[in-house]
Design a protein around this ligand. Structure first.
Ligand code: ATM
Length: 234
């Protein structure tokens, strides 16, 4: 691979994605690997405005699944062109907390929008910007609920019945079966440290260059590590 990896994290709410993004960032930082952390929806000024509408704005109540799908894609197409592609082109590793697999799973499987339409819109939004590896953190509903006990802003997307999240979980597992070369299923019920170790081992095996600067080989190196961290817990 002649450019740094584009890594995405997926899973249901409370699966521990944010913790793993944080742990991976620390490892990359320690090794002097330039990286950027972003998230979906959001990650750009346009995307953050869309996120507000999707998740928190009172006008979001009554939003149709079709509108929801298009808003996620709009946020994504901006993020890809404004942030992700330019970073990868500069030799910066990109980590995204959610990407197009979330749409496949939430809007396609759980909201039951036509999967082919979702796939086409995903393809339109991302172009050739496909993650090199996607970690799906798999947890059962009880574990997820227990991890979500801390007070948070009311989120329209989190008002769905348990069945919705069961669908999401099933669809993520199907995705792993469909794309085993890209999508890696991680047992998210273990300690954050154990998960972090497994994830790192997988990453180093697939992309030896992330193990340390001395092994980077033909990556073009920007001057300093870059990190555009999520502004707040979503
Ligand atoms: P977080 O769990 O990362 O905060 O995600 C925000 C919500 O957006 C999450 N909601 N729930 N429930 C998943 C949802 N989402 C989609 O439904 N489709 C998408 O394409 C993306 C990126 C997120």
């Amino acid at each position: 691979m002649s450019r740094p990896p584009f890594i995405t994290f997926e899973g249901t709410e409370g699966c521990g994605k944010s913790t793993q993004v944080q742990q991976l960032s620390v490892r990359l930082e320690e090794r002097g690997i330039p990286f950027l952390v972003t998230r979906e929806p959001g990650g750009t000024p346009i995307g953050e405005t869309i996120k507000e509408l999707l998740q928190f704005a009172p006008q979001g109540i009554g939003m149709t699944p079709e509108t929801e799908l298009l808003l996620f894609e709009a946020s994504r197409s901006q993020l890809v062109r404004q942030t992700i592609k330019p970073a990868l082109a500069r030799g910066i590793c990109v980590i995204s907390d959610r990407f197009f697999d979330s749409t496949t799973v939430y809007q396609g499987a759980a909201r039951k929008l036509d999967p082919q339409t979702v796939e086409r819109l995903n393809a339109f939004a991302v172009g050739d910007c496909i993650p090199d590896v996607t970690f799906v953190l798999d947890v059962d509903a009880d574990t997820a609920r227990a991890r979500m006990q801390k007070p948070r802003r009311p989120d329209r997307m989190e008002q769905e019945p348990a069945e919705f999240y069961e669908q999401v979980r099933r669809a993520y597992r199907q995705l792993v079966a469909r794309e085993p070369n890209r999508v890696v299923l991680i047992d998210g019920s273990r300690s954050a440290a154990d998960i972090g170790d497994e994830l790192w081992a997988t990453l180093v095996r697939r992309f030896p260059a992330v193990a340390g600067k001395s092994e980077i080989g033909n990556l073009s190196e920007p001057s300093a590590p870059t990190s555009q961290r999520p502004k707040s817990g979503m």
